[in-house]
Each structure stands twice: as C-alpha cells, then as structure tokens.
Design a protein around this ligand. Sequence first.
Ligand code: GRF
Length: 218
Amino acid sequence: MNPASLDPVPGDPRIAVLASGTGTNLQALLDDPFAGSRVALVVSDRSRAVALERARGRDVPAVFLDPAEFRGRERYGDALLALLHEHAIDVVVMAGFMRILSAEVVRAFDGRMLNVHPSLLPAFPGAHAVADALVWGAKVTGVTVHLVDEEVDHGPIVFQEALEILPGDDWDSLEARVHQVEHRLLPRALRALVEGRIRVEGRRVEVLADEAARGASR
Ligand code: GRF
C-alpha cells in the first residue's frame, strides 16, 4: 500500500465489482447515485451468481470467469487482470468475492481496491464471519470496509461500524442487519476513494469530508 494520500481517480472512473453470490452489495452500488453509472463490469467465479443477473438487468457487462479453466491462483489472476484491463477498469470492489486474489492483481490495483467484510476486523476474518461471531458468543460484531492488500481481510480500514448481537439473533436476523450497514458504508467508501478523499498512513486511514459536508460546516 502506498503511503499518504491517494490521488483522485482522473476522468470518469470505471468500476469493476467482483461478486460470488447474491450480490446485494452490488445492487447497493448499482442503485447509488454516484457509483451506479460508473459500474462498468461485474465478474463472478460462480456461473449462477445472482450478482451476474443483477448486472445484466442493468446492461452492465457480466462475466463468469470459471476457476476450473485456470490452474491455480496465479493463472486465474492473470485472466482476471486481462479482463479488468480489457474493460479499462480503474477501481475494483470485492463485494462478496469468495476467492483469494493473486498478488499480481492486488498490486495492479494498489490503493484502488476495496473489500467489504461482515465483521469488525481483525475479529472473525474468513468466509463465515457472521456465523463465527454468533458461535463465539460475541456481543458485538459489525462491518468493515478496507483497502485490499496481499493478505486476506487485512488491508487498512476505511470504515467500520459496530452492531450489537441480540439474545434472539440467528444467522438470518444478524446477516440482515449486517447487510443494511454494508449497503450504506460500501458506496460511501467507494466515492471517497474515487474522489481522492482517503489518506493512508501505514495502517491508519483518514477519510476527508466531501465538498458538501465541508460547505455545510463553513
Ligand atoms: C457480504 O456480507 C460481504 O461482506 C461478504 O459476503 C457477503 C456478500 O453479500 N464478503 P452479497 O452477495 O453482496 O449479498
């Protein structure tokens, strides 16, 4: 991760969303006034990912990149990188993409790639964060949106928001509240990134207020 402030993405940035599943976070981005028109590609590693249908429903190119066609993470990464370049992608969002990216992909989008994770990292990394928090008996969990680095669920944290785990919660009820928070934080983080309002110093991230907020406080 390059230190200091990330430059705004010049021009009208083209955003790719990587998603393996239902794609409610993709939907939140498609519905967002800022991000919606800039989503230029959706890639999934699952042929039946609902995310692909959501993209096609908005006439956004949707590509199933079949892991079975590539031997190993590096080769899959090469194919993904070629696809991202082919579509002139500037910024990548991992929105429930259940595959570890190759180092080359991560390096190519250093400071230009976000991931959304359903826990307060570094608690409960991995693919089952909501269930893991419930099983652990945690009283609080939440959502993390972070820049992607070469370690899984690890990069500098852009936004985090806590959620109380209630006595009667099960996976469905907790996941629903997690999703609500994700759908709010991810578009905000993406916009801040694109507008160059994210400052990174080591692991610490400062998100500068947008023009409207600055104007209001003057
Ligand atoms: C989200 O909870 C995200 O944090 C996790 O996978 C889930 C994807 O949900 N990485 P959806 O496909 O966006 O509905």
